[in-house]
Design a binder for this molecule. Structure first.
Ligand code: FE2
Length: 199
């Protein structure tokens, strides 16, 4: 069967970070091992080895050796955007070798509903960005939006895509995600944070 390349996006997996279970009560697991296995299982169910995954940071909170054991089990080609918990892992060459690219910020483009769209990726959320009123998306992590507990003001086409933004604590498939973001664009009142004209 022919497989079409899919792009997935995820953030803030916080593998092996025991305290994340109390910080994010939606991660309803008895042990951190059960938490890790759940996320790894969902990842590998969705992602095939030809697929591309953007991880927007805070991969894990453990020693690099354990992080390597985890990343080796995850399907797909991977690109990492650095989060504030990734510094130790990023000093380890073996860990880094599992990613095709590592950066603090990345601009990508994709075709969506017949148009070419631009997407800005960063671990941390932006308040204003180039093209924000002309259809450019901004996807980020870091804030752990848990059922609306931690929320930024609504700005069109900006979304926290971390595992806490989903009920299943899984990854987003990029096309499915952009579709969700567009639904929010039309349904929620928006804050316009700068003077640039909206089109
Ligand atoms: Fe973070």
């Amino acid at each position: 069967m022919e497989h079409t390349l899919k792009v997935h996006i995820v953030s803030d997996t916080h593998f092996s970070h025991t305290n994340i279970l109390s910080y994010c009560p939606n991660r309803n697991f008895k042990t951190i091992e059960a938490h890790d296995e759940h996320i790894i299982g969902l990842w590998n169910e969705k992602v095939s080895n030809d697929d591309l995954v953007y991880h927007l940071g805070d991969f894990s909170f453990c020693n690099p050796q354990k992080s390597i054991e985890i990343v080796e089990r995850l399907n797909g080609r991977k690109i990492l955007i650095q989060g504030n918990h990734d510094h130790k892992n990023l000093k380890n060459a073996d860990f880094c070798s599992h990613f095709e690219k590592i950066d603090k910020y990345l601009e990508i483009s994709t075709s969506f509903q017949g148009n070419k769209v631009k997407i800005l990726l960063c671990h941390f959320p932006f308040e204003s960005w180039e093209g924000m009123n002309r259809g450019t998306y901004h996807l980020h992590g870091h804030i752990h939006s848990v059922h609306g507990t931690f929320k930024l003001s609504h700005i069109k086409r900006r979304k926290d895509i971390g595992v806490d933004s989903r009920e299943d604590c899984g990854l987003w498939e990029l096309q499915e995600l952009l579709f969700e973001v567009e639904k929010e664009v039309s349904s929620v009142q928006t804050v316009v944070p700068d003077h640039h004209a909206e089109i």
